[in-house]
Design a protein around this ligand. Structure first.
Ligand code: SF4
Ligand code: SF4
Length: 415
């Protein structure tokens, strides 16, 4: 590795050396209590796939480049200098972690391993070795924000076609206005994904509730965050923030995507609107009597997978359970559950990468957990989780259907 590159990467590390980062890097005692808490280590029991194994890659670089002892006595201890082989380890550490933070709730010091790995991801961007898929998808999303006029008419045309699906599902005579767009002063700006299902089912629910809503031009998913690029993460989130502000909406409702929800709710400062997940809004509509779901509509045993970014990192545990308690005759809780629930292995942008065998192996503990419930349906409320649960289901031949909570509600509305 050339001197200039080493200096550039060291500079990037320095930008991340805030107090929490120094605290986490200094405080880890390498006690190893976090080993068994990581689903990846459970599926692939190698030290480098343990939480502390990952953070050590960063800590060794920190020691070498920012600690006097590491600089003066490079052959003592465990300091590591920046070179191409180390950057391969940095990649493996960063992009085998889903950012689930299950290790954090078990660590005696609450050490945030994904926070430490944010430095690793930034270095990979600086080194030009971040995953190409994530970088490309982040660039496309940024570009869409900068040239919304180019695709506006095509997008609207596609939405007109989706309105016919919504019309059929609601049994209405006309499809006109069933998916409103650019509606100033609407109560809700709903942000979907690129898949039609992420728009059609919420549209059915909003219409049934008589909501004054409008659809965003943008997708909620934030590939800038997955790539670990804070600048692109902000640009991608700002597309939605600006749209919501210009329309003057009271609330932005995020599609079933844990990361999209968490970024807008907790990581982008104060907004002049409320931020909710579609799960919270469905729960609210049921509580207020705006929609009704068919009680006991699902008789097969059913379980719920808490998306890490919605549950452990977002605090939404009760709402999905209360919705499913109405819909399902035989609801079965996974063990462990809620903040201790096992990650499925799909977060952190990992489902967008070419790594299916790795994800099947790292999803083994999730497979065991689902199988132990005896459920025939596993429901979740995050697109990444649903994709990964599907990979686990086919990878292990698990006799279970994977379903989205929003879709189940839309299909079981009491009309
Ligand atoms: S991260 Fe926490 S649990 Fe893991 S080795 Fe360090 S101190 Fe121990
Ligand atoms: S955040 Fe999740 S995937 Fe990452 S090291 Fe911790 S337990 Fe493992």
């Amino acid at each position: 590795m050339e001197k200039e590159k080493i200096s550039e990467l060291r500079g990037l590390m320095k930008t991340r050396l805030n107090r929490p980062m120094r605290y986490y890097l200094d405080l880890c005692t390498r006690c190893g209590l976090c080993y068994d808490t990581c689903h990846v280590y459970q599926g692939i029991p190698k030290k480098e796939y343990s939480p502390v194994g990952r953070s050590e890659v960063v800590r060794r670089l920190f020691k070498k480049h920012f600690r006097l002892s590491g600089r003066l006595f490079p052959y003592w201890g465990d300091a590591a200098a920046l070179d191409d082989a180390v950057m391969d380890d940095v990649y493996e550490a960063a992009f085998s972690c889903t950012g689930c933070r299950r290790c954090m709730v078990h660590c005696p010091f609450g050490i945030d391993i994904p926070h430490i790995l944010s430095m690793a991801k930034l270095m990979l961007i600086g080194n030009g070795t971040a995953p190409e898929e994530l970088v490309m998808l982040a660039d496309m999303a940024v570009e869409k924000g900068e040239s919304v006029e180019v695709f506006r008419d095509g997008f609207k045309e596609n939405i007109r076609n989706l309105e016919k699906d919504v019309q059929q599902r609601l049994g209405l005579a006309s499809s006109e206005g069933l998916i409103p767009m650019e509606k100033k002063g609407a109560n809700i700006l709903y942000v979907g994904l690129s898949g039609a299902h992420s728009i059609v089912h919420p549209a059915v629910i909003f219409n049934r509730a008589g909501e004054n809503w409008t659809l965003s031009f943008f997708e909620g998913v934030n590939f800038g965050a997955f790539a670990g690029d804070p600048v692109k993460m902000d640009l991608i989130a700002k597309r939605i923030i600006n749209e919501a502000t210009e329309l003057g909406v009271k609330e932005v409702v995020m599609v079933e995507c844990g990361t999209a929800y968490r970024i807008l709710k907790f990581l982008t400062g104060e907004h002049p609107f409320r931020v909710s997940s579609i799960v919270e809004v469905i729960h609210r509509y049921i509580s207020e009597g705006k929609i009704k779901v068919r009680g006991g509509a699902i008789s097969e045993p059913l379980t719920y997978h808490d998306p890490c970014q919605l549950g452990r990192n977002g605090g939404i545990f009760d709402e999905p359970r209360e919705i499913l308690a109405i819909l399902a005759l035989d609801y079965r809780e996974m063990s462990p559950t809620r903040e201790y629930n096992w990650c499925c292995g799909g977060g952190g942008g990992l489902v967008a990468l070419d790594n299916e065998q790795f994800r099947i192996k790292s999803g083994k503990i999730k497979k065991d957990q689902i199988a132990a419930t005896g459920a025939k349906i596993v429901v979740s409320a995050c697109e990444n989780c649903i994709t990964q649960l599907g990979t686990i289901q086919t990878g292990y031949g698990l006799d279970v259907q994977v379903r989205s909570l929003t879709e189940l509600v839309s299909e079981n509305l009491d009309i």
